[in-house]
Design a protein around this ligand. Sequence first.
Ligand code: UDX
Length: 428
Amino acid sequence: MKVAVIGTGYVGLTTAVSLAMYGHEVVGIDLVEAKIAMLKQGLSPIYEPGLEKALVQVLQQGILTFSTDLKDAKDSEVLFVCVGTPEATDGTADLSYLLASISDIGVLHNNNPMVRTAVIKSTVPVGTGDRVAALLEDGQSLFVVSNPEFLREGNALADALKPSRIVIGANHQAARAVMERLYEGVAAPRVITTRANAELIKYASNAFLATRISFMNELSRLSTVLGTDILTVAQGMGLDSRIGPEFLRAGVGYGGSCFPKDTIALLQLAQEKGVSLSLLDKVREVNRSQPVWFMQQVRKHIPELKDKQIALLGLAFKPDTDDIREAPSLTIIEELKKSGAEIRAYDPIAAPAVQKLHPEVTYFDTPEEACKGAHAALLITEWKECIQLPWSVIHANMAQPALFDGRNAWPMNEVREAGFHYTGVGRS
Ligand code: UDX
């Protein structure tokens, strides 16, 4: 099928590449000329494992092209809208890019009539698809579908090629049939439903995952006091098939672009509708306070942080990404600065982004160097290279061998045996 993808950011680019890999003929559209120029050369503007290699492959096959002009999508039967819906100052989703793209699709369609389906992939408040449909859909030649994505950063291409589920929100049978054809051969359960249900599925999934994390994080505080081990507790809980083992990892809190943004947007939406989602409010509160709680655990062991050298290992909101949006590392840096500590940081790819915000932090090329002379090392992001460390060398080179494991990823028994002080999250 001929497909256009409007917006070549993280979601759009992954969608465009994966659709081409499914065998469709795809054109990626973006207003930003520099970005399109890069993409045409097979360079990915975002860091995402495997994406650039796949991009080069589909470019060479000629099944993915790029353009700054939507006119190049005049033959496209399906047009994906993957533009950003950033958080406005009041927490609501800013839909201006989305509405502009929809209006452009309307113009393109009027100039080049054929049966087309506009697919909203961007995360949008419940009701947006219907709102857009009221502007665009004619029930005969132009349809609007909500088709949310469930991509994890660092795993986006794999998630797009092997989705956990395909959610299609379409109010017309004709549009549902187009989407079935588009995803033919992709092995994943389908949920074929209304646009509004599809939109809520996306928010509810992210809000629920955030809830699981905050539940475990709050429980880890109790676990610390009780002297129990949150990892064993999570393992025991996760074996219940009704609970499942995923997303039970206590740590310094969730970050990223999705959970923080989508939870606040859902709260905002509920408030607008006069419904209280008090549980979700608490989820956010727990997440905000988790890095602060973590720092309290550090202070229990090192009450005076002033002028102490503190190594921060990992700055990105999770491994395999350079994304620092809402990263717990930023709160921890603020806390350390307030205490007058000297910060020595390491992150394989997110360091330059943090450096822009915090030039006063010293950045190192390896975790070992960051730990040299430090009075404590804090694991904030569980990058492989921050977990597998030469412990005896680290021990010999630290001013004080104290480890604070914000991701419960260091080998607790091994490091204790090696003579380190070790504090995890909810472990003893
Ligand atoms: C998430 C959803 O997983 C994805 O389906 C959606 O499309 C976008 O939002 P992402 O933000 O890329 O994806 O990352 P994810 O792997 O879900 O992790 C989010 C945050 O939660 C990270 O900061 C991670 O460290 C944290 N996390 C995750 C935990 O603290 N504990 C866990 O058990 C799992």
